[in-house]
Every structure is written in structure tokens, then in C-alpha cells.
Design a protein around this ligand. Structure first.
Ligand SMILES: [Zn+2]
Ligand SMILES: [Zn+2]
Length: 184
């Protein structure tokens, strides 16, 4: 059990993400929630080929594929964190995307910032929203699907302010599923 836990870790990958302080905060929260080590990668790669110049957004599915291509197959969980606006072709935008029961996930702070909606900057709120969305996307990589329980981080949020109503924690049943899956 101990050896297993030493190998397993979450890798945070900054993708054009200059705010190192926010990442450091995020890494400690993720470590507390998932109870595995979190490292911040210094690998660099360009997002340019994932940009749709008409939409002025970046394809999150393309980013996931890039992450998987750049990391060794035995990587445990890799979460890209970015400032660019993400989309999948069928949706106007996404806060993030993850491989269900897989390795890679990506999350963006672009639409989590109050100033995008004409409100004053709120760094505390931004940090909390990022934590929740990062935990949510990583939850998907552990095989968790959306939860019907509004008091669960796996509850789905369409608008940024909806994220504020859910906690950064898993409900009892998601937590049970998570611990069963992460022991695999
Ligand atoms: Zn989701
Ligand atoms: Zn739940």
C-alpha cells in the first residue's frame, strides 16, 4: 500500500498559466482531497495548434490528446491548468474536460473570473471555483460521473455562479466510489 502511494501522484501542468501562486494553492488542496502527492510540471508545450481562430477558443479534446502524447503511458493523473477559453465542438464553452476513468484532464480559469461578467475581480472566489472544477475534472478521471446531489463537487455546473453553490467535497456515495476506484 505504501509503495503504491509513493508512485501515484497528480501532475499539474500549467498551460500558458502564469499565476504560480494560484497553482501552488491548488496543488495543496488537491493533495488534501485526493490524499496523493501533487507535483507541478515544468514541461512546456504550445496550445497554438488547438486554437480555433473563428471561435477564438481552444479545443479541450485536442488539449487532452496532446497531454497524453507528451506524457509517459504510466502517468497516473495529469491535470492541465490554463487561462485560455475552452470549447468542445457541440458546446459554446466548457470549464474543463476529462477522460472518464482515464489519465488526462484540463481546466480553465477563463470563465471562472468575475471580471468576465462585468463584476469586480475576486481572487478568493476565483481560487475556490478553480479548486472545485479541478477536483470535479479529476473526479471524472477516477471514473466518477455527474452526481444528482447538489452538495457534491461532482454536481454539474453550467454557469460560474452555480459553482459557488456546491462544496469542493465529494458526497458520501461519490467518495465511496472514488476510494474503490483509486485502489484499483
Ligand atoms: Zn463534469
Ligand atoms: Zn456525489
Amino acid at each position: 500500500m505504501h509503495t503504491l502511494q509513493n508512485i501515484l501522484h497528480i501532475c499539474l501542468l500549467p498551460l500558458s498559466f502564469p499565476d504560480h501562486e494560484l497553482l501552488t494553492e491548488l496543488s495543496s488542496v488537491l493533495g488534501e482531497i485526493f490524499r496523493i502527492p501533487v507535483v507541478i510540471s515544468n514541461k512546456h508545450f504550445s496550445l497554438e495548434d488547438g486554437k480555433d481562430y473563428v471561435r477564438n477558443q481552444y479545443n479541450s479534446t485536442w488539449i487532452l490528446a496532446q497531454i497524453l502524447e507528451q506524457f509517459p503511458e504510466d502517468s497516473y493523473k495529469i491535470l492541465g491548468v490554463t487561462t485560455v477559453d475552452l470549447y468542445v465542438p457541440v458546446l459554446t464553452y466548457v470549464f474543463g474536460e476529462a477522460q472518464l476513468d482515464g489519465t488526462a484532464a484540463v481546466v480553465s480559469i477563463h470563465r471562472l473570473r468575475d471580471e468576465l461578467y462585468g463584476l469586480p475581480k475576486n481572487p478568493q472566489k476565483l481560487q475556490e471555483r478553480l479548486e472545485k472544477e479541478a477536483i470535479h475534472e479529476l473526479g471524472h478521471t477516477f471514473g466518477l460521473i455527474h452526481c444528482s446531489q447538489p452538495q457534491c463537487v461532482m454536481y454539474t455546473s453550467t454557469y460560474a455562479e452555480e459553482i459557488d453553490f456546491k462544496p469542493k467535497y465529494f458526497c458520501h456515495s461519490c467518495l465511496q466510489e472514488l476510494s474503490a476506484k483509486s485502489k484499483k
